[in-house]
Structures are given as C-alpha cells and as structure tokens.
Design a protein around this ligand. Structure first.
Ligand SMILES: *Cc1c(COP(=O)(O)O)cnc(C)c1O
Length: 477
C-alpha cells in the first residue's frame, strides 16, 4: 500500500469507494436475470496476502476479475433452488444504511436502533395478526428454534419448580417432543440445547400429505402421558409447503399440557393473504413461532424472527446481568431475549420495506409467487411429460418426470438427468428433494421479481429437457 489508506482526511477514499460500490451493485443487479444459474465455480482465487496491503482499488479490481463473475444470481427471479428470496430496493437501502452506520439496537449505544427495532417487530406482529406476542430478531429460523426450545424448557421448569440455570437441562423430567416433518434445523437445535434425537417421536402424516395425523399425535401424547411434552408444528414444510392443522395441534396441546412450537420459516406468511390464511388458522394459538424475513420478505440474510406469548420465560433463561449492562433508558434490550449480545441493526431493511411498500405491497409478493406456483402446477397437471407429486399448497411445486411404467427408480433417474440439463443451460436454478420414494424436482418461488415470463422459461426448459432425455440413449451405469 503506497500511502496509509486508513488516513482519509478529505473523505476522498470513502467517496471513491462508495461510487465504486454503486457501480458494482448496479452491475450485479442489472445482470442478475441473465447470469449463469449453474453455480459451476471452479476457479482458484489467489490466496496471496500482501502484508502491507494492496489498497482498496486493486482489491476491488481483483474482486471484479476473480470473484464477481462467479457470484450466483441467488437473489434473482429464477433461483428456485432452496427457499431463498431476494432483496427489494427498500430492503437494500435499509441494509446499506445499517452497515454504513453500524448501529447496535441496545439501550447503551443505539437507543434509536432499539426503538425502530421494537416498532418493526410490532408492524410484523400486526401483519401476521399475532399482536399480543413478543418478538425478537435472530439470525434465522435455526437460531429461533434454539430460543424456542430454551423457552419451552423454561416453561417445563416452571411447572416443576426447577431452576435450570442452576441445575442444568438434565434436572428436567423426561421430555417427549412430537412432530411429523421437523426440519433439519430443528434437529440441530435439539443438539445445541442439550436434548437429543431420543426426545423426538415422529408422528405419521395424513395420507398423501406431509401434514401431521392428529389422531396419531393424540395417541402418542396419551402413550407419553407422564412425560413433559413439546409439539413441533409446521407451517410450510420444506418439500411440499404443507401445513399442520394448527387449531387441532393447539387443542391437543391444551388437553395434554404440551408446549406448541411452530416452524413457519416461510409458510407463516400465508397469514397475510385472504386467499391463503385458511392454511394457517390457529397461528395465534401457538406458544412460540420461528420464521424468517430473509426468505419470503425479501430482505438480506441474516434476518430471522422468534415470537412468543411467554417472553417472561424467554427472558428468564436468556437475560444477561452485569453492572455495565444496565440502563434506565426506556428502550428494550434485545440481548436479554436472544442468543447474541452484540447484534446488527437487522430491523432496518424490514422497516424500510414496510414503510416503502406497506402491508399490501408485501402481501402482493406472497400472492404473486403463489399464483405463479399454481400456474406452473396447472401446466404440470396437464402435461404428459411430468406429474405432480404433491398438491401445490403455497409457493412450492413438487413433481417428477413420467416414464412408461412410472417406476420411481426410473423416474428418479430421469429427474436427476433433467436437473443436469437445466444446470447445463443455466437459465434458472432448481434441485431435487427426497420425498417418499422419489427424488422429486422442486421449484420454490419466493422472489419479489419473479413474473410469468420466468415460469414460461421454466416450462419450456422442462419440456425440452424431457424430450431430449427421453430421445437420447440411456447411459450405461
Ligand atoms: C429455511 C428453513 C429453516 C431454517 O431456517 P434458516 O433461516 O436457514 O436458519 C427451517 N425450517 C424451514 C421449513 C425452512 O424452510
């Protein structure tokens, strides 16, 4: 580094950096639809690290040459693999300001940030009609599951007059947890919180669905009558976007004294639409709810949420006490309810989104995505080449190629070859997911920019892929 770039009295370097940033952002965002979707990054980036630094100009050039071309269009309108979402302009503005000013939402240094965070959590609570819940931002649903289990444990401790902080999780009576389709992030939360796979008992699905069979749930609750109980319900399962009957789950939880925790990572937003709200009736009866803003609300990672009706228990478990962390300020201290002490001002992108687009604007993203999923689903339903493997409840379409005798093994092989074909074309991204005996093709639509024209590209590519694969000789294994 020729001169010390960390001394910049006239803000020239900062200004140049911000202008360069603007160019890079525009270059990426305007190219996102036409970038290669195949994620075939293979290039080795130079690992050389000059001890005196090469300066920000050269580093930016290196980034543009060696890294930028390989960044996937994961935030674009045709990234249907995983459930990702993108970044709206308002969310981007909030994110950039949050990073630029580096505010912390706490009463000591960021009373403004803490207060806006509180408002944003209330907007969201109203949007989902869980206004009497108390919420916090987390890094994602994975972290929210951990807080859910910690809060539920504290509830069990309260019922038995146990001090977990003093005596550990092992001082609790035996805990049985029930769920039909728990996400892997919940399994991880078991491990993190000192529970194990043994605590979890899988409940049967309703025929042809991923939704919980409530008769089986009740049977299992009776069987485990003497144990403490937690039910893990789903709103939007990962494979088919299916929903548990939350009214029914909550009824059984009351009857058998169980805590109800909901994984609503993306599916919780069915709640904001008159067309979809039926799927998620009873949401307000859950004890705790974990979900993401970084998926369907189209704000940048990492923005997750945890809402509960028992913030007192949450705080009992997670409060930090030290003299340097006390304050008379009348703003919340979110570190008392979450895992992290320091945390970024995550609320700002969402605050910008709510202000800029209103509840209606955000609802339109959700409904538009579901309409497009239905459009694709209808095409598949009428196609001779593909068949639906599950009902399209929300924004996920789960399907398979058909073969002469529709043997799953054969269908799976064709599905994987179709994904290879899609990757080699690179016009959109999707993948397969294990579903019953199938390697099912799954398209998940969660991006604010996705239009019918994007789904038409999917349809055309799928059809071309099918014809190509069925007419080419089978490769020998
Ligand atoms: C994405 C997802 C999770 C995990 O959320 P993260 O934000 O990745 O931590 C949990 N459950 C479901 C249903 C999901 O889709």
């Amino acid at each position: 580094m020729k001169k010390n770039e960390l001394i910049d009295p006239d803000f020239k370097l900062i200004e140049d950096t911000v202008l360069d940033f603007k160019n890079i952002a525009v270059k990426f965002l305007s190219s996102v639809e036409n970038r290669d979707h195949s994620n075939k990054y293979k290039k080795k980036i130079s690992k050389a690290l000059p001890s005196d630094g090469q300066g920000i100009k050269l580093t930016t050039e290196e980034f543009l040459k060696d890294i930028f071309p390989y960044c996937t269009p994961v935030s674009g309108p045709r990234w249907f693999k995983l459930i990702v979402g993108g970044v709206t302009p308002a969310a981007l503005m909030g994110e950039l300001i949050s990073s630029t000013m580096d505010q912390i939402p706490d009463p000591f240094s960021g009373a403004m940030a803490a207060s806006i965070t509180k408002d944003t959590l209330e907007y969201l609570g109203k949007f989902l009609r869980i206004g009497d819940f108390s919420g916090i931002f987390t890094t994602g649903t994975s972290a929210s599951h951990i807080i859910g289990l910690i809060t539920a444990s504290e509830w069990i401790a309260e019922r038995h007059n146990i001090d977990i902080a003093q005596n550990g999780i092992q001082s609790l009576p035996e805990v049985a947890m029930f769920g039909a389709t728990p996400h892997v992030s919940f399994i991880k939360a078991l491990r993190v919180t000192g529970f194990s796979r043994k605590n979890l008992q899988l409940i049967d699905h309703l025929p042809g669905r991923e939704s919980m069979d409530l008769n089986h749930l009740e049977e299992m609750m009776k069987k485990n009558y003497s144990k403490e109980k937690i039910v893990i319900a789903s709103a939007g399962t990962i494979a088919s976007g299916d929903f548990d009957d939350l009214e029914g789950v909550s009824y059984l939880c009351k009857k058998y004294n169980a805590w109800s925790h909901l994984d609503g990572a993306f599916g919780v937003f069915a709640r904001c639409s008159k067309k979809l709200e039926n799927l998620i009736q009873g949401l307000e009866k859950m004890d705790s709810i974990a979900f993401d803003a970084h998926k369907w609300l189209n704000v940048p990672y990492e923005s997750g949420l945890f809402y509960t009706k028992r913030p007192d228990l949450q705080e009992k478990a997670l409060k930090v006490t030290d003299t340097y962390l006390t304050s008379d300020e009348d703003v919340p201290f979110f570190a008392n309810k979450g895992i992290q002490l320091s945390q970024k001002f995550r609320a700002l992108p969402l605050w910008f989104s709510f202000k800029a687009y209103g509840y209606d604007g955000i609802k339109n993203i959700i409904e538009n995505n579901c309409d497009l999923a239905q459009y694709l689903s209808d095409w598949i339903d009428h196609s001779d080449e593909f068949t639906l493997l599950a009902t399209t409840h929300l924004n996920i379409v789960l399907f398979s190629a058909v073969t002469n005798n529709n043997h799953p093994k054969e269908m799976n092989e064709i599905n994987l070859r179709i994904i290879d074909y899609i990757n080699s074309e690179g016009k959109f991204a999707c993948g397969t997911i294990h579903y019953n005996e199938y390697e099912a093709i799954r398209i998940a639509i969660c991006n604010w920019k996705t239009q019918k024209i994007d789904i038409d590209i999917v349809i055309k590519t799928l059809s071309n892929a099918y014809k190509f694969i069925m007419s080419s000789p089978k490769l020998e294994a």
